[in-house]
Design a protein around this ligand. Sequence first.
Ligand SMILES: Cc1cc2nc3c(=O)[nH]c(=O)nc-3n(C[C@H](O)[C@H](O)[C@H](O)COP(=O)(O)OP(=O)(O)OC[C@H]3O[C@@H](n4cnc5c(N)ncnc54)[C@H](O)[C@@H]3O)c2cc1C
Length: 324
Amino acid sequence: MTTSSVNWPVAALRDAELRDRTYMRVGGRVRWLLEPATPQELQLAIVTARERGFVPRILGGGCNLVIEDGLHDCLVITTDRMKRCFRPLRGSSRFDEQTQQGELVHIDPAEDPRLVVWAGTTLQKLCSTATDLGLSGLECLAGVPGQLGGGIAMNAGGRYGEMWDCVELVRVIEPDGRMLDLPRAECTPRYRNGGLGERVVAGAILKLVPRTRALVRERAKQYLKEKNDAQPLTEWSAGCVFKNPDKQRSGGLSAGQLVERCGLKGRERGDAYVSPQHGNFVINRRNASSADVLGLIEELRAEVASQTGVQLELEVKVWCREPG
Ligand SMILES: Cc1cc2nc3c(=O)[nH]c(=O)nc-3n(C[C@H](O)[C@H](O)[C@H](O)COP(=O)(O)OP(=O)(O)OC[C@H]3O[C@@H](n4cnc5c(N)ncnc54)[C@H](O)[C@@H]3O)c2cc1C
């Protein structure tokens, strides 16, 4: 791999491998990978990419993503280096005022239970920071891998709540390069969709609820245990493949239950297989190709449709070599 930051205003890699940047460990290379370290660098990366004719794709933790093998002749921006999470300055309600000093000012979390978080902060780091501060609201994300930006873009969550439940403001970059602060009231997140369209998440201010540390920790531990019992968290997957269908159409069954009902648990294609633990997880045993994974997903969708009449919709995002 050739490293070159000469031609880009932020750190950049040429012909970068994407496989190991995904949880599923599937995917090829990309012509350019830009690695901004701050929201301002992210903005600069987007503007420069677009000036040069690229429509950038944004990579967070790669935990809800299946990337096709081969060379993607396009440009990806990763938020991996944008890992900051801190408390806002006293009395501040604006993202801008987060400076280095913000981390040093000791405000009682009960007085101002907010966190300023940059896009690349991992959801697990976020959960543990909130727990340490005795701030509740993120326990629903215990065990969910990925980053803040991806969590907001996907509205990650589960039965106990969703990412957007605690968003006070999200800082986004518009396709034309403008940086905007969107208050929660101006956003319309839905089930597994932050509703931000083409906007890129640079960070957010989260508003949490002061509780005792012990209570937050206990709750997170319980949710994590339930998740661990139900899902193959340590295997290489992209999380739930399909969104849960409308319960009226599916007779109250989730996507995983439909796959199970159709006898598809354990179904294999190459080195990819459907988890025997949870029907909505496709696992890479070690050397699955994107064709194995995507072929198996199509097989599941077709089989569920033919046996039950329910058309499953993808939750995972798929990056094909040809953009669009
Ligand atoms: C074992 C396992 C368990 C999981 N459990 C859950 C669960 O319980 N609930 C749940 O909701 N999800 C779950 N997921 C899926 C995944 O963890 C979440 O969707 C997570 O929010 C994805 O974040 P990410 O940073 O990895 O995003 P990526 O996978 O990197 O990206 C996902 C999408 O978001 C876009 N995106 C990423 N960052 C940004 C940004 N800064 N701005 C704009 N768009 C962006 C990408 O372009 C892509 O379209 C699970 C996944 C795994 C592997």
